[in-house]
Design a protein around this ligand. Structure first.
Ligand code: ADP
Length: 473
């Protein structure tokens, strides 16, 4: 029998009249039903969140709750992994990794709750200020609306909820329609960890409706979003005076220079192009390889890619599972076809098996092909040759996105030049764009978004800094 979940509010489920089925992405079987929220459900969540946020929990309490939630999540890591593997379709190995990372994200958030501080502001440099002292204090913004995508359904939720609770805010979380189950399970963990009623609500249902309610509400002070650039831009345009933090797309580039360790580069590229079937914001999508080593790189990349085991995500041997749905399968297939029509060669892959698109390597698609220009969000990587350093920096920067990039080289001068000239939020040297540790600052330039993730950095946006000036006699 499939379980039906209502809305999560005040530490309990309510019932909903309508529901959406959540599917196992490998078998297409419905594994649960979740409620479709009404405007009245949303309004009562906002009432509750606004009510509690008038009296923020003290930082030591936030620390205790987040620490406990982190420990409980660790204990339940395998239960969470199973839910993630089924609702996303990522391999159970990756899903176990995601659950473990999520526990750490909450732990780091717990620690940051104890480190909130303002600064002492020097004022004596101004004439007549000798008897004044000034300092800043940080306060929670109030109620935060958080919207998250399907691809990393637990850890990206922890990246919103962890910092929001750590900085003293109440949160209304909207997980992706197709992957709401790990977020609901996390809310249950927060209840067990002692989070009082009102601080975390999980609203499920239609993205457009909930996004509209959130942007129109005067009682939500901030929207933090991870997802597609189109929706992110829409939210920003409709958010009015609210703060907005956006983690959007990318078409990540990796440069393999002639002096690089080609074997390592090929191994890392294969891993980070195809993990989670390429459905990661920092998946490797464009690989620019210096012409002298291109052939050797392609030979190794072919071997590494063909080693990957595709199949049922619940099988421990599986590396790559299905993409999120039939639409995604069709879109990825169409984009590969377009690239081939425009002159790209297929080194390996380009086949559909069930809901799986086989890991695919394209060679030399034109820079204007969608597989280069847009975010593929599927298991497709393109390899393109280059001659000079200046040329490749231009190719990497020829993108509307700028989240992360990778560079394989041991040439310090080239590293320094690339660090200065490649316009991305994070440049990873001697690894791929796909490297992320959860406490580090993470966020993009250009259409990749605004604001940073990583609990310490996200919390800066989730608080207001106020100045206090004291005048003595
Ligand atoms: P992805 O396909 O990577 O999940 P989306 O941007 O489609 O990216 O979805 C990210 C999140 O945004 C999901 O929770 C989805 O339900 C939600 N969403 C979709 N459309 C809207 C919208 N118009 N306003 C607010 N949220 C939306």
């Amino acid at each position: 029998m499939t379980v039906t979940y209502g809305q999560w509010t005040n530490n309990a489920y309510t019932s909903s009249t309508d529901s959406i089925g959540v599917m196992n992405k490998f078998t297409d079987e419905v594994i649960a039903e979740v409620g479709v929220a009404s405007k009245a459900d949303f309004d009562s969540m906002v009432d509750s969140a606004e009510n509690v946020s008038a009296s923020p929990l003290p930082p030591y309490k936030r620390f205790e709750i987040l620490k406990k939630a982190s420990e409980l999540l660790k204990e339940k890591q395998h239960e969470f992994a199973e839910v993630i593997a089924k609702e996303v379709g990522k391999s159970i190995t990756e899903a176990t990794g995601e659950a473990g990372r999520s526990s750490l994200t909450l732990e780091v958030s717990a620690e940051e709750a104890k480190r909130i501080s303002g600064e002492v502001v020097p004022v004596e440099s101004a004439p007549g200020s000798e008897s004044r002292q000034a300092f800043t204090i940080k306060e929670p913004v109030g109620v935060i609306g958080a919207i998250t995508p399907f691809n990393v359904p637990l850890n990206l939720v922890c990246h919103k909820v962890g910092p929001a609770i750590a900085s003293g805010n109440a949160v209304i979380l909207k997980p992706a329609e197709v992957t709401p189950l790990s977020a609901l399970k996390l809310a249950e963990v927060f209840k067990e960890a002692g989070l009082p009623d009102g601080w975390l609500h999980v609203i499920t249902g239609k993205g457009k409706d909930i996004g509209t309610w959130m942007t129109e509400s005067e009682r939500i002070q901030m929207i933090t979003f991870t997802g597609s650039p189109g929706v992110g831009l829409w939210l920003k345009q409709h958010a009015g005076h609210k703060k907005v933090s956006l983690e959007l797309g990318n078409n990540s580039a990796v440069v393999v220079h002639q002096d690089a360790d080609i074997e390592t580069a090929a191994q890392q590229v294969a891993q980070k192009s195809f993990n989670n079937a390429g459905q990661v914001c920092i998946s490797v999508q464009r690989v620019y390889v210096q012409n002298d080593v291109k052939q050797a790189f392609l030979e190794k990349l072919k071997v590494e890619t063909e080693k990957l085991v595709t199949g049922d995500p619940m099988d421990k041997n599986t590396d790559v599972g299905p993409v999120i749905g039939k639409d995604a399968l069709q879109r990825v297939s169409d984009w590969v076809k377009e690239a081939v029509d425009q002159g790209a060669d297929v080194l390996t892959g380009n086949k559909i098996e069930g809901n799986i698109f086989l890991p695919t390597v394209l060679v030399d698609p034109p820079q204007e092909a969608k597989v280069c220009r847009e975010e593929v969000f599927g298991p497709v990587v393109s390899v393109i040759g280059y001659q000079s350093e200046g040329e490749v920096i231009g190719l990497v920067n020829d993108s509307k996105y700028g989240l992360q990039a990778g560079l394989f080289t041991n040439d310090l001068t080239f590293m320094m030049k690339a660090a200065k000239e490649i316009k991305v939020g994070g440049l990873i040297v001697n690894d791929t764009s796909g490297y992320r540790v959860d406490h580090m600052p993470y966020g993009g330039l250009k259409e990749s978004g605004e604001g940073k993730e990583g609990p310490k950095y996200a919390m800066q946006d989730m608080m207001n800094e106020r100045l206090i000036v004291l005048q003595g006699s």
